[in-house]
Design a binder for this molecule. Structure first.
Ligand code: KIV
Ligand code: ZN
Length: 512
């Protein structure tokens, strides 16, 4: 028997599309969500939490669509422990090959008194009744005790026992506010195993937030204490300081396999492309020194380190870049490269396109290669993500023209294709980008506030492509958009249009 077969198999429950999407500005449109779901499935995560179906019509639609396409993972929808939430979540996930209803209620004194205004007995009865209701619809039910780490032990044991009796197959123990410390959280998990008589009939899951920077440490401590499932997100995105990061947990379990005596089913070679995919669709970048997927995670700067790594990579590398899908010693691609080498590089970077898409991208690649000596992976990723997410929505740019100088007020003329009809407006502004954004808002009759605007070069060099990322606030939500072009104004317009398309898809209302 292999070492892996002897060790415990830890299930990975990914909540990038639900808790991750709850981070400010990380709102994704349906196409983005399908793309992330497809990436998670190809990484072989066990459960994909596709959304919170009752939260909005857009959330419902995306949970439903993800449920239709994902075959290789369980698809879950979050729902409060309320009949209407559970029924709505079931409508959204029932088409999945393996559906799951994930229902929750808060169990801490502060949440029960201040938020729910319910007594512990009422919370207990509601939890048990709603798990029974969910089980009547779906064979796979997970129950979460929100704010569990600040709940009282006897009440935790009572609720956990009750919901298992009612049919929950997974009981999730969240550190909702990121308050627990690793030893303390591990003790909680051990105590649950020792004090809940029917605990052997359920999988114990953990869900940690990163407010004090210990979400991954808490999750790993819980695995050591016996937890069989970890909830996490790509790049650790999520509410406030985020959730435990999937890549850190998975690589810790792989690299320190003997220490934990546990393994996951994740194809770790998909980690890097999944991280890039989430950065691209949310516009939320990871810091350079982020463990596993940061730009510097495998870079060796100091001479003594470089010397060691050249002599033997194990001197300073505890895992290889290849193990997360980062390729070393790749062929350089340029204008003489053929379609085969280009198509292979797309595959290596985690993009699986049909022939027609590869053809379309190859001609864009050739245009770019005419302008640049070598085309880097970052350039290819930028092109590929543009093909996948760039042209979404009912509104697209037909043409633009700007007049800008430091002596006259900049003016932009924008022509958009709005549901097949060409519409044009001229507007001025503080600069050419500002003028273009004004013209777009006038054509579409929307009012929104630009909360964040960032321009960066995809690679170094004068001939680099430029990437624009914007975050635009509508009445009660913010939306992200991204555009790539060798022209900074065009990249900015594309990014702004993508954010507005996403907002319109989500039915967002203009600000007053
Ligand atoms: O943080 C939390 O408690 C949650 C639950 C709904 C699982 O996200
Ligand atoms: Zn959470």
């Amino acid at each position: 028997m292999s070492e892996e077969n002897k060790s415990r198999r830890i299930r990975i429950f990914d909540t990038t599309l639900r808790d991750g999407e709850q981070s400010p500005g990380c709102t994704m449109n349906l196409r983005d969500k399908l793309l992330v779901a497809e990436t998670l499935e190809s990484m072989r995560v066990d459960i994909i939490e596709a959304g919170f179906a009752i939260a909005s019509p857009g959330d419902f639609e995306s949970v439903k669509e993800i449920s239709k396409v994902v075959k290789g993972a369980v698809v879950a929808s979050l729902c409060r422990a309320l009949e209407k939430d559970i029924d709505c979540a079931w409508e959204a996930v029932k088409g999945a090959a393996n559906p799951c209803l994930h229902t929750f209620i808060a169990t801490s004194p502060i949440h029960m008194a201040a938020k729910l205004r319910m007594t512990p007995d009422e919370v207990y009865s509601q939890a048990v009744a709603m798990v029974k209701h969910a089980r009547n619809l779906c064979p796979n039910v997970e129950f979460s005790l929100e704010d569990c780490s600040r709940s009282e032990r006897p009440f935790i044991y009572r609720v956990v026992e009750g919901v298992i009796e009612a049919g929950a197959g997974v009981v999730n123990i969240p550190d909702t506010v990121g308050y627990a410390m690793p030893d303390e959280f591990a003790a909680l998990i051990r105590d649950i195993f020792s004090n809940v008589p029917n605990i052997g009939r359920a999988v114990v899951s953990v869900h940690c937030h990163n407010d004090l920077g210990v979400a991954v440490a808490n999750s790993l401590a819980a695995v050591e204490a016996g937890a069989g499932q970890v909830e996490c997100t790509i790049n650790g995105i999520g509410e406030r300081a985020g959730n435990a990061s999937l890549e850190e947990i998975v690589m810790a379990l792989k690299t320190r396999h003997e220490f934990f005596g546990a393994h996951t089913g994740i194809d770790t070679t998909k980690i890097y492309s999944a991280s890039r995919c989430v950065c691209n669709v949310t516009g939320s970048k990871v810091q350079a020194n982020k463990a596993i997927v940061g730009e510097n995670a495998f870079a060796h700067e100091a001479g003594i380190h470089q010397h060691g790594v050249m002599a033997n990579p194990l001197t300073y590398e505890i895992m290889t870049p290849e193990s997360i899908g980062l390729l070393r010693n790749k062929m350089v691609l340029g204008k003489h490269s053929g379609k085969h080498a280009f198509g292979q590089r797309l595959e290596d970077l985690g993009f699986h396109f049909d022939e027609a898409r590869v053809e379309e991208l190859f001609s864009k690649f050739k245009d770019l290669a005419d302008r640049k000596k070598t085309v880097s992976d970052a350039d290819i990723e930028a092109l590929a993500h543009d093909v996948r997410t760039g042209a979404s929505g009912n509104v697209s740019l037909d043409r633009f023209s700007v007049i800008a100088s430091n002596v006259i007020t900049p003016v932009s003329t924008i022509r958009l294709n709005v549901n097949g009809e060409l519409q044009e407006k001229v507007a001025d502004g503080d600069g050419p980008v500002n003028a273009s954004f004004h013209a777009i808002c006038e054509i579409l009759g929307v009012k929104c506030r630009l909360e964040d605007y960032q321009l960066s070069a995809v690679t170094e060099g004068m001939d680099a492509q430029c990437e624009a990322n914007v975050r635009v606030r509508f009445k009660d939500r913010a939306f992200h958009g991204r555009g790539v072009s060798t022209d900074i104004i065009e990249a900015s317009i594309q990014a702004y249009l993508q954010a507005i398309n996403t907002a319109m898809d989500a039915g967002a209302e203009s600000i007053a």
